[in-house]
Design a protein around this ligand. Structure first.
Ligand code: FRU
Length: 481
């Protein structure tokens, strides 16, 4: 059976309406795809987008994500649930939120979670189509018990069309001095992006104010806010859709993500004094990150390693996108540094010195090295198809114009960023079957991208001294009742 997703109505078919054979077939196609990742979280089939509900609870990290089960399109959104203690072994809890009530029947969109007593409180956006076919977005709450069972509690915030348009979503909670606040992304009635700050007291949620930020020409809709405090600073992440810049190296993606570092947010007034925004990632495929804190006080971030407008070669095998590796955030001056989470070192299975030409045995590996002023790193196949990352001293360049399967060329095939010589000149590169995450300038500059190269791979390098670590796959076990 094949579902024609070009007919938009078919994007609302539910898992319950579909045969087990169909699901098994698309699951096999997905898992057997050459490009299916080995150590990244990816959907068993269908489409994954934003990380959701990231939370540390009773010794376990919970990771949810946006999921459309039936194919590689943005259809009826569910939440999928995984958990882990060590980022190597994962428990697969399957579907968490299904769009099955009057207030979320057209999709359970993104949101966050809090750990409370012995359960998780989940915040998400419920979508319901009105008579004109427009999606009305309400902010909802649910509880996830220790068995991963969800108990929906219903809407807690309805849209106020004096404040926002229909674009009003992605509630993320934050606990400050024992009070609970919520950040919700929106488009205001003047068609500018905004983030609304709410305070929650038991069942009662009241608007504090839209956040007061110092940005201009910053787009029409802000998605996926995430706020945290670290080293005496307040940090706000969000995705300003439609933002523009005079810097040719900014906002080249379909949509981008920025962070603002400032004083602690004033939770009574919504005032946030901050420095100039910084674009979080310089690659092609990074969006909708979320940050949460674990018991060691680490701020851990996952992003969506994809974007909403590009068609990818994996679509033909009925799956799309993955999450980034987990990254720890720290602050250095005006910048956030992103470092691969320490636990990922336990994925290393064998290591060898990097040569000018090194054969690659498995499609999951890490490069760790030091850089000269000019350097070049390429992954090449026998046909000469390649993806390349290099620096001519001033700039870093990621060039994917020669990969085997090009896609989304309308957004360009080359990305650049300035190099920072006041930082240690080292590099870490995480490569999986079709993704690359490059950390330079101690993680101040990061490029995250998909790439599609067939055949056997060789790595060619100049001006880099270091190691290749082959990485083992993560182990994902389904929950058995
Ligand atoms: C960001 C986003 C969110 C929304 C979700 C729907 O990628 O558009 O704003 O909640 O995806 O899947």
């Amino acid at each position: 059976m094949v579902i024609d997703f070009s007919n938009r109505e078919n994007r609302f078919i539910t898992l319950d309406d579909i045969s087990e054979e169909y699901v098994l077939d698309i699951r096999n196609k997905s898992k057997n795809d050459l490009y299916y990742p080995t150590y990244h979280i990816a959907p068993p089939h269908g489409l994954l987008n934003d990380p959701n509900g990231l939370v540390y609870h009773e010794g376990i990290h919970h990771i949810f994500y946006q999921w459309f089960p039936l194919g590689p399109v943005h259809g009826l959104k569910h939440w999928y649930h995984l958990s882990t203690k060590d980022f190597i072994h994962y428990t697969d809890h399957g579907v968490a939120l299904k769009p099955d009530t009057l207030y979320d029947q057209h999709g359970c969109f993104s949101g966050g979670a809090l750990s409370q007593e012995d359960y998780l409180v989940i915040y998400y956006t419920g979508n319901v189509k009105d008579e004109e076919g427009k999606f009305v977005q309400v902010q909802c709450i649910a509880q996830c018990d220790s068995h991963g069972v969800i108990h929906k509690k219903g809407p807690i915030i309805y849209p106020d069309f004096n404040l926002t348009t229909y674009n009003f979503r992605d509630p993320v909670p934050y606990r400050k001095d024992d009070e609970i606040y919520l950040f919700v992304g929106a488009e205001n009635v003047d068609h500018e992006g905004t983030i609304l700050l709410y305070k929650q007291e038991l069942e009662d949620v009241s608007l504090v104010r839209p956040l007061q930020l110092d940005v201009s020409n910053f787009g029409y809709m802000w998605e996926c806010p995430s706020y945290f405090e670290l080293e005496g600073r307040g940090i706000l992440l969000f995705a300003p859709q439609g933002a523009t810049s005079e810097d040719p190296n900014e906002f080249n993606n379909v949509f981008s993500v920025v962070y603002l570092i400032g004083d602690h947010l004033n939770f009574d007034t919504g005032d946030f004094k901050h420095q100039r925004y910084v674009e979080m990632d310089k690659g092609f495929d990074f969006y909708a990150p979320q940050v949460y804190q674990d018991e060691q006080g680490r701020q851990i971030m996952y992003g969506w390693l994809g974007n909403s407008k590009s068609a990818y070669p994996t679509d033909r095998n009925m799956w799309a996108h993955m999450l980034t590796i987990p990254r720890e955030l720290s602050i250095k001056g005006r910048y956030l540094l992103q470092s691969p989470l320490a636990e990922l070192k336990d994925l290393r299975h064998s290591s060898r010195r990097l040569q000018s030409k090194s054969e690659i045995h498995r499609r999951g590996f890490e490069i760790e090295g030091t850089l000269q002023e000019t350097f070049r790193f390429s992954i090449v196949n026998a046909e000469g198809d390649a993806i390349e990352f290099y620096s001519d001293r001033e700039m870093y360049t990621l060039d994917r114009s020669n990969m085997t399967e090009l896609y989304a060329t309308e957004y360009g095939t080359v990305r650049q960023a300035h190099r920072h010589y006041d930082m240690v000149q080292s590099i870490r590169i995480f490569v999986d079957a079709s993704s690359i995450e490059i950390f330079v300038d101690e993680g101040m500059t990061v490029f995250t991208s998909r790439f599609f190269l067939t055949g056997e791979w060789t790595i060619e390098t100049e001006g880099i001294t270091g190691f290749i670590h082959d990485l083992s796959p993560i182990q994902v076990k389904e929950v058995t009742e």
